[in-house]
Design a protein. Structure first.
Length: 156
């Protein structure tokens, strides 16, 4: 049986996530092809990013990070926490818009990590690209704030 842990560092947000855990479990049961994730245990936990975070006995195969690069002063804590949760064959998949220089600054930080390799892709999927194209026509759309990029991080 697999395990899916949904985290947030904000207790109020975590309270909302806990409310949707049963719905996530139901969606997995209804939409998973080939029973890949059938029987997956879904839970929610508080996860605080910190440069002193340590997780020696708890590693994950896949780590998903969505729209968490907006605050440059927290990049070091986020990256340290992600690396601590990775084992040798883990993959971290991030999505984030540029948000001014925030994505660029995070990539600079990745360049300074000798044990990691990464890729940055403007294309995520055809479906995401089509949706972004639709949104680009709206006045409220800002490419820097809304167009997502895909960052894939692995250990070397």
């Amino acid at each position: 049986m697999g395990k899916l842990i949904v985290t947030d560092g904000n207790q109020e947000s975590l309270s909302s996530i806990i409310l949707i855990v049963p719905h996530i479990s139901l969606e997995l049961a209804l939409n998973v092809s080939h029973n890949f994730l059938s029987g997956t245990d879904v839970s929610a936990e508080l996860l605080l990013w910190d440069t002193t975070f340590s997780s020696p006995g708890r590693k994950f195969d896949v780590i998903l990070v969505a729209d968490c690069l907006y605050c440059i002063p927290y990049h070091a804590q986020l990256l340290h926490t992600v690396v601590e949760l990775m084992h040798e064959s883990s993959v971290c998949i991030m999505t984030a818009p540029k948000r001014g220089y925030s994505l660029e600054k995070f990539i600079e930080r990745l360049n300074g990590e000798p044990g990691l390799k990464y890729s940055v892709n403007e294309k995520i999927t055809d479906k995401v690209d089509a949706r972004v194209k639709q949104l680009q026509g709206m006045k409220s759309f800002s490419e820097s704030e809304h167009k997502p990029y895909l960052i894939v991080i692995r250990r070397k």
